[in-house]
Design a protein around this ligand. Structure first.
Ligand code: PEP
Ligand code: MG
Length: 317
């Protein structure tokens, strides 16, 4: 199988009816870049930066981070590299950040909420990212946005740092794109408004399913509800895709469901033409796309389905 899949290296992911999809990789470290390239990633769709902060005594310095982001950008040689700012909290605890025990960590003090309250920590990361943008095609992505104000505040901090760098004569990419994860129901509901403030959306289905279906992604007792095959999830993602298209910004999916072959046809039909998956899933997904048709799915029926079973039946047809 491996050698059959290797034949897809260098080929475009294109369906039999000529619809294309760009396939990006999710990574967690600079070492993962080589793996992503081995599996022919067209870009990095999600660099989870948490790992740089974990297993240490203190937060990585601006210089430490700069070196890593620069290295990733350079190794990707001008291909798109989407770097997500620190997504701490929830299941990702970092001792030295002193987040108190919470009754509901997934509904608590995490990601952008923590970062906006800890400006020194956040600005250190933003400065490293902006400086690294001079060495490749980096774009910044904010996690766990729920309120419009959070996005505006994060963007204002970026602007402030750019002005500081301008005054110091430090180079960076003045056209660097800024996007956000759509992974909370609030961001789905406000997607049309958010789309006017960012350059791209990336759908984080792992959290979006958890928060929309109100089912903990780790709790096996509610595993059945933690599924993309519910109408609420299909409709939520459709709504996000429509908002992105209407506002002419790209939209991708970077959660686990991007590698579910049963759903690829749904995403392409919705106009989502970028998927970001674990490196080892890239060629399998490309092989799948190269053998599929996108005109055999009844989108109207899918969007009108009432139950999980109806969705599954439509996808199995
Ligand atoms: C997601 O929520 O789908 C996502 C990609 O982010 P993470 O899995 O890191 O929470
Ligand atoms: Mg998430």
């Amino acid at each position: 199988e491996e050698s059959m899949l290797r034949a897809y290296v260098g080929k475009k992911a294109k369906t039999l009816n000529h619809m294309t999809c760009s396939l990006h990789a999710n990574i967690g470290s600079v070492e993962d870049v080589a793996v992503a390239l081995y599996y022919d990633a067209e870009g990095i769709g999600l660099f989870r930066t948490e790992l740089l902060y974990m297993g240490k005594e203190q937060a990585p310095s601006e210089e430490e981070q700069f070196i890593i982001y620069k290295e990733v950008a350079e190794q990707m040689k001008g291909k798109e590299v989407t770097i997500r700012t620190l997504d701490v909290g929830g299941d990702k605890q970092i001792a030295y950040l002193n987040i108190q025990q919470e009754e509901n960590p997934f509904l608590g003090y995490r990601a952008i909420r923590y970062c906006l309250d800890h400006q020194e920590l956040f600005k250190t990361q933003l400065r490293a990212l902006i400086r690294a943008s001079a060495y490749g095609n980096i774009q910044i992505m904010f996690p766990m946005i729920t309120a419009y104000e959070e996005l505006i505040e994060a963007k204002a901090m970026l602007q402030e740092i750019k002005e500081e760098l301008d005054r110091a004569g430090i180079a960076y990419n003045h056209h660097m794109k800024v996007g956000m994860m759509i992974e909370t129901p609030a961001s789905v509901i406000l997607a049309d408004q958010f789309a006017k403030e960012v350059d791209f959306f990336s759908i984080g289905s792992n959290d979006l399913i958890q928060y929309t279906m109100v089912a903990d992604r780790m709790n096996t007792q509610v595993q059945k509800l933690y599924s993309p095959y519910y109408p609420a999830i299909i409709r939520a993602i459709h709504q996000v895709a429509k908002a992105a298209i209407a506002n002419h910004i790209p939209v991708s999916i970077c959660g686990e469901i991007a590698s579910d072959h049963k759903l690829t046809n749904v995403w392409l039909n919705m106009g989502i033409h970028k998927l970001s998956v674990i490196p080892s899933g890239l060629l399998k997904l490309k092989h799948h796309i190269c053998h599929m048709h996108t005109d055999n799915l009844h989108m109207d029926q899918l969007l009108q389905a009432n139950t999980r079973e109806e969705i599954i039946n439509l996808l199995d047809k």
